[in-house]
Ligand binder design. Structure first.
Ligand code: ZN
Length: 313
C-alpha cells in the first residue's frame, strides 16, 4: 500500500507538522466556492449539499468524520482518526509548551502524574470524595448505575486521578444508608435542642391510590424537617387514630419541645389536634392559613362578580 493511501501513515505524519498548521488534504473532498475573505474561501462538500461561506479545515474534517452521511467509509475513517487525534496532539502541544526548551530531552516520556496529581489519595480525601459523590447522586436523583459509566469514571479521574468512584451497589446501599443515617441523626439532634417547634401534618392520595400522611416539623427559624411519611391506607382515619399518630411523633421528639400543631380543617384532623391540645396544655391547635386562604379564594371565585372579572381577563 502506498503511503498516500494509508490513513495511518497520514496520521503519523501529523506530529511533525508545525503547531496550529491545518492539513490541507481535507480540501480534496470539498469544492472552493465564493471569494476569498480573510484568507479563507467558502467550501462545499463533494458528497452532499453541506457548505460554508468560510471554509475552516477543522469543521470540514469534522463534517466528513461525523455528520456527512454520504462520505465513503474509508474517507470517514481517515477523518475520524484525524479528529480523534487532534485533541491528543493539542495536549501534546500544551505539554511541550510547559517544558522549557533548554531542558527538553529527546524521547522523554511524560507521566500523567506530572500534572500535580498522585495516583493515590489519602484515606480522608477518599472518604470526603465518597461522601460528595453519594450526595450528588442521591440529591440530584441520578441513577446509581451511572457511577460505573466509563465517561463518569473518566471525568472523575480527570479531576482527581487517585480517586476510584464506588461501585453502584456500594453507592445504592452502604453510602445511601450512611447518608440517610447521617441526616436522621443530625435532624434528631437539632430537634432535641430546639424549642417552640410546630408539628404540621397533611394527607394525600398517591397515583397508586395509597393514603399517605406527611408529618413535618417546623423550627422557629422556619426550617422544615420531614419527620416521616406514612402509608396509612390500611387504617381508618378517625380523630383518635390521627391523634395517636401525632402523639407518636410528639413523644419521640419530646413534648416539651413543641408549641403548636397545625393542619387543614378536615373534621378528623381538627378533632385530632383538639385531643392533642387537651393532653398537652402548652401545645396550641392551629389552622393552616395557606389552606384557609385557598378556601377563601375558591369561594370568592365562585361569586358572579369574580366570574365576570375573570371572564374579561
Ligand atoms: Zn457532506
Amino acid at each position: 500500500m502506498s503511503e498516500s493511501k494509508n490513513p495511518i501513515s497520514f496520521i503519523l505524519k501529523k506530529p511533525n507538522a508545525k503547531p496550529g498548521r491545518k492539513p490541507k488534504e481535507v480540501w480534496n473532498f470539498f469544492t472552493a466556492i465564493g471569494e476569498k475573505k480573510e484568507g479563507h474561501r467558502g467550501c462545499k462538500c463533494k458528497y452532499c449539499p453541506w457548505s460554508q461561506t468560510r471554509g475552516e479545515p477543522s469543521s470540514m474534517e469534522a463534517h466528513l468524520a461525523l455528520s456527512c452521511h454520504k462520505t465513503p467509509q474509508d474517507v470517514k475513517e481517515k477523518f475520524l482518526l484525524i479528529v480523534k487525534t487532534r485533541g491528543e496532539s493539542q495536549t501534546l502541544q500544551l505539554e511541550a509548551a510547559e517544558i522549557p526548551s533548554k531542558k527538553r530531552k529527546a524521547g522523554h516520556q511524560q507521566l500523567i502524574t506530572k500534572y500535580g496529581e498522585s495516583n493515590t489519595i489519602e484515606p480522608i480525601k477518599k472518604q470526603i470524595c465518597d461522601c460528595t459523590v453519594a450526595k450528588f447522586f442521591i440529591c440530584c436523583r441520578i441513577s446509581f448505575r451511572l457511577v460505573e459509566h466509563p465517561f463518569f469514571i473518566d471525568m472523575v479521574k480527570s479531576l482527581c486521578l487517585g480517586y476510584d468512584p464506588p461501585r453502584a451497589n456500594t453507592l445504592s446501599q452502604d453510602f445511601l444508608y450512611e447518608e440517610l443515617a447521617n441526616i436522621v441523626v443530625d435532624q434528631h439532634l437539632e430537634l432535641k435542642r430546639t424549642t417552640n417547634l410546630t408539628l404540621g401534618f397533611d394527607s394525600w392520595t398517591s397515583p397508586l391510590g395509597q393514603s399517605l400522611y406527611a408529618f413535618v416539623i417546623m423550627t422557629p427559624d422556619r426550617k422544615e424537617i420531614i419527620h416521616c411519611i406514612k402509608n396509612l391506607s390500611a387504617n381508618s382515619h378517625t380523630a383518635n387514630f390521627l391523634a395517636d399518630q401525632l402523639n407518636e411523633v410528639i413523644t419521640e421528639v419530646g413534648a416539651e419541645n413543641f408549641a403548636a400543631v397545625v393542619s387543614d380543617h378536615a373534621s378528623a384532623c381538627a378533632a385530632a389536634k383538639k385531643r392533642i391540645a387537651e393532653r398537652y396544655k402548652h401545645i396550641l391547635p392551629i389552622r393552616c392559613i395557606a389552606h384557609h386562604v385557598n378556601l377563601i379564594s375558591t369561594d370568592i371565585c365562585k361569586t358572579t362578580f369574580a366570574k365576570d372579572v375573570i371572564s374579561k381577563c
